[in-house]
Design a protein around this ligand. Sequence first.
Ligand SMILES: *[C@@H]1O[C@H](CO)[C@@H](O)[C@H](O)[C@H]1NC(C)=O
Ligand SMILES: *[C@@H]1O[C@H](CO)[C@@H](O)[C@H](O)[C@H]1NC(C)=O
Ligand SMILES: *[C@@H]1O[C@H](CO)[C@@H](O)[C@H](O)[C@H]1NC(C)=O
Ligand SMILES: *[C@@H]1O[C@H](CO)[C@@H](O)[C@H](O)[C@H]1NC(C)=O
Ligand SMILES: *[C@@H]1O[C@H](CO)[C@@H](O)[C@H](O)[C@H]1NC(C)=O
Ligand SMILES: *[C@@H]1O[C@H](CO)[C@@H](O)[C@H](O)[C@H]1NC(C)=O
Length: 483
Amino acid sequence: MLASLLLLTAAAFFATAECRQHAGGRPLPRNNDSGGGAAGERKYQATSCRTHSASLADFGAVGDGVKSNTKAFQAAVASLSQFSGDGGSLLYVPPGRWLTGPFNLTSHFTLFLHRDAVILATQDLNEWPIIDPLPSYGRGRDAPGGRYSSLIMGSNLTDVIITGDNGTIDGQGATWWTRFRHKQLKYTRGYLVELVHTDQILISSLVFLNSPSWNIHPVYSTNILVKGITISAPLNSPNTDGINPDSCSQVRIEDSYVASGDDCVAIKSGWDEYGIAVGLPSEHIVIRRLTCVSPTSAAIALGSEMSGGIRDVRAEDITATDTESGVRIKTAVGRGGFVRDIFVRRMTLDTMKWVFWMTGNYNSHPDGKFDPAAVPDVEGISYSDVAAANVTVAGRLEGIEGTPFRGICVSNVTVGMRKARKAAWVCENVEGVARGVSPEPCGALKDEGVGGGPCPFMEDKLPIEEMEIRDCLLPARYWGDGL
Ligand SMILES: *[C@@H]1O[C@H](CO)[C@@H](O)[C@H](O)[C@H]1NC(C)=O
Ligand SMILES: *[C@@H]1O[C@H](CO)[C@@H](O)[C@H](O)[C@H]1NC(C)=O
Ligand SMILES: *[C@@H]1O[C@H](CO)[C@@H](O)[C@H](O)[C@H]1NC(C)=O
Ligand SMILES: *[C@@H]1O[C@H](CO)[C@@H](O)[C@H](O)[C@H]1NC(C)=O
Ligand SMILES: *[C@@H]1O[C@H](CO)[C@@H](O)[C@H](O)[C@H]1NC(C)=O
Ligand SMILES: *[C@@H]1O[C@H](CO)[C@@H](O)[C@H](O)[C@H]1NC(C)=O
């Protein structure tokens, strides 16, 4: 054990010496950290291990929470990007409070945070570049025109990992929320993480605090695994959505906890005529073992921006407390697109306004140019095995006149009402069935009794469920930080 530690240390040392020459004086050691390490806690789990690494401290960063380290983060990623084609690289963020403005990532790259590392987003707006709106939105979400960069961004990348031993990324959003509420922002607020046109993403084992707006936003991306993260923001903070896959395919979100001021997970695919023109659906999505607190929003929202379509979403083992609704669908005339093949089972809910809520009247539009003939199609929505307590209204299901939401199936549902009310369910322009549902649902859901069995659920495995996670070993020279 000791011998193998010494060996690894020696190997790291020699590699450091060898690589100094190529790295312009910066230590960029060649390390082989792919598994097999002896010290359990020095391992981390990831979809790829890396051959090269550097510490943020090697780039002149100061972790005092005061000095801005934007240049150090940018220089570190620029330097490590040379290894994208050579086994990839890891940027190690040591213990400390590392204030920074936005920076971009590179391919075959791991950002690793020590458990006592905090990346702090600067509150100096001048440090946040203005970038173009997304084509599928046509404008920023808060305001027309451009938008602030996200804190951690990537575009057109492959194999990006953001992980750590439960380290923290803190957006320090309070000043943004105040300015947003007072309409003092000219541009849309940035997110904590945005990855655009990226394939193979892992975001795991981290804490995300106080985002200025959404927390994690993969867009036009594929093969995404989000696992073991904690997201927290004040329950009244504006638009602090947890995880928002947007025009993404093959997504797996699991073992995560979100308590925030907006939807814990929101699946999206672009806004009205802009989303229709881009036409990229969000599809093949698994969400499991999610715990949510969101008093004014949903555990999982589909929409309201869904103009590229949303299909094949499988959600199971969802727990929510003090949350407005369970899995809600939000859309409107002008959105176009579809929400189809949505499968939900095993939700345990407590203190909800609506267990089931879907609406076709969510009328927020990017501009006046939306097409009134672009009517969204909502069909094939299944919910089974739901237990809810302390609920105000069991279901509020509002489809679109002339284009009802169809194929709704609700089975084995027990809703404990906070107060006995005349109307536990409010339904219009919806069609479907109910099997073993209490309190008795609205007539629009044809009562088939308990004999009907569970509602459909896709049982085949998606490729993203097979995505492998392996043990990687952190380079020995970081172990002195108490890894
Ligand atoms: C790294 O180590 C692993 C396991 O010991 C080995 O299979 C792999 O070939 C090594 N890679 C390099 C680039 O040396
Ligand atoms: C990150 O990259 C995008 C283009 O993909 C660019 O617009 C933005 O300015 C870059 N951000 C930084 C901080 O360099
Ligand atoms: C990023 O990828 C998209 C989709 O493949 C492409 O349209 C775009 O031009 C790429 N951007 C850059 C900067 O390479
Ligand atoms: C990570 O930190 C959060 C917030 O402090 C905590 O609630 C959670 O239990 C921690 N997770 C692990 C695996 O240590
Ligand atoms: C029930 O829900 C109400 C809000 O609708 C809340 O104020 C109350 O504390 C909840 N009761 C319990 C026992 O959780
Ligand atoms: C109904 O749902 C509950 C959980 O809410 C579960 O314990 C029970 O096994 C389900 N019943 C059937 C017949 O699947």
